[in-house]
Write a protein that binds this ligand. Structure first.
Ligand code: ADP
Length: 405
């Protein structure tokens, strides 16, 4: 199962996008619809609201009088908290019920207007934000939904900013154009990213990219943040720390467009116990390094000795975001080196420039090698000898600067 969180400011076009996705085969779970369902006449939800706020929140026909409830519940923080403490758990429970009922191979689209406000992006494999400029949204709400203009503006002002939404977005759907303009974009998202992502999760398939360098992408750190939040949710207290490592964590450094993350755990057994949940979250295991299989997947000098350098490696199932997730044991040389190496490159521009030269010749060695494994091997064969020296230089730097992880 794949879970997409779909959000955006009111009037941006979420419903329009969710219709296209459900028309393509997505299983739609609409948070607003659930919030209404759990307080329909005859529900315990409505009973609890009446017990908390009084009978005068009911219309003559026994249904919830929303403006009457709003007048009471939005008057004070306490009243609002009471309302949320009744409605949120009911919405949560109903959502879980619907998720449990969805087929194992479903792509679930959860339409959640307040996803960013609730900081819940990590619950999903991906977050898509539908965007239209605030003025455009006011125009649509007033013109098409017949909402009074001051209401439209008040609602927009009470919601998350565009910047906050951008930080949460794995996918940005710009719906500023004419109706219908985004239809093809959304259908391509469905068939080229969501469907293969779900299939890759189910089959434990990792997305690979050729070892080609690209210029530094200033959004890499923010992308890593989102991945780390998802990984943290899976690992819970099993992870001592989770870090963005490797070249994409060094500002300005060209790199393969693959984000490296390190999860630090207490033992390789702990790493093994996380494997299945990591796959379900979109990070299947690549290779199991044991004493029977000492060949490193990504060489850093000496890694072949599993008693010291052992780790578990997972990749990403998302066709739109290649990733390596290294799970290493707290205090072991490989775990420490990943951190000191990153910090050394961040601090020492000459070292970073040096490394770039090596990476460029490594990438050149892989050009024209069509088999993925051979290309990676050609790349690593050039890089590895340099790491023997870099290992010492990084630790000398650490000693000199009093670095600690
Ligand atoms: P949301 O669900 O995000 O609140 P909707 O999908 O209901 O937003 O869209 C708000 C209004 O704008 C609707 O009446 C919809 O038909 C209309 N709309 C959606 N996309 C566009 C567009 N690209 N141009 C003009 N109007 C649009």
């Amino acid at each position: 199962m794949l879970r997409l969180g779909l959000t955006g400011g009111i009037g941006a076009g979420k419903s329009t996008v969710s219709k296209i996705l459900s028309g393509s085969g997505g299983v739609l779970i609409d948070a607003d619809a659930i919030a209404r369902e759990v307080v329909e006449p005859g529900t315990t939800g409505l009973e609890q609201l009446v017990a908390a706020f009084g009978k005068d929140i009911l219309s003559p026909d026994g249904s919830l009088d929303r403006p009457a409830l709003a007048a009471k519940a939005f008057g004070s923080d306490d009243a609002r908290a009471t309302l949320n403490s009744i409605v949120h758990p009911l919405v949560g429970a109903r959502t879980v019920e619907l998720l449990d009922g969805a087929p194992a191979d479903a792509v679930v689209v959860q339409d959640i207007p307040l996803l960013v406000e609730g900081n819940s992006g990590a619950l999903f494999h991906l977050v898509a934000v539908v965007f239209a400029d605030a003025e455009e949204r006011v125009e649509r709400l007033v013109g098409q939904r017949k909402m009074p203009e001051h209401d439209a503006r008040a609602r927009i002002a009470a919601q998350a900013s565009d910047d906050a939404r951008r930080a949460a977005a794995d996918i940005w759907i710009d719906n500023s154009g004419a109706p219908g303009d985004i239809d093809d974009v959304v259908r391509a998202l469905w068939s080229e990213r969501l469907v293969p992502f779900e299939r890759n999760i189910r089959n434990g398939v990792v997305v690979r990219t050729a070892p080609t360098l690209v210029p530094a992408d200033p959004t890499w750190p923010a992308q890593a943040e989102r991945l780390i939040a998802r990984l943290a949710l899976v690992c819970g207290s099993a992870a001592a720390r989770i870090d963005h490592i490797g070249s994409t964590a060094v500002p300005g450094l060209a790199a393969k467009d693959v984000i490296d993350i390190q999860i630090t755990v207490g033992s390789l057994d702990v790493a093994d116990s996380l494997a299945e949940s990591l796959r379900e979250k979109g990070f299947p295991r690549i290779e199991h390094i044991t004493s029977d299989d000492p060949k490193p997947a990504y060489g850093i000098g000496g890694e072949a000795d599993p008693a010291v350098w052992g780790k578990r490696i997972h990749g990403g199932a998302d066709p739109g975001r290649p990733v390596n997730v290294h799970i290493r044991v707290d205090g072991w040389p490989g775990q420490q080196f990943a951190l000191v190496f990153r910090d050394w490159l961040r601090a020492d521009a000459e070292a970073a420039a040096d490394y770039l030269v090596v990476k460029e010749s490594a990438a050149a060695a892989a050009v024209g090698v069509t088999e993925y494994r051979d290309a990676i091997e050609a790349y690593i064969n050039v890089k590895t000898p340099w790491f023997d020296g870099a290992y010492h230089r990084a630790w000398e730097w650490a000693e000199k600067t009093g670095w600690s992880a």
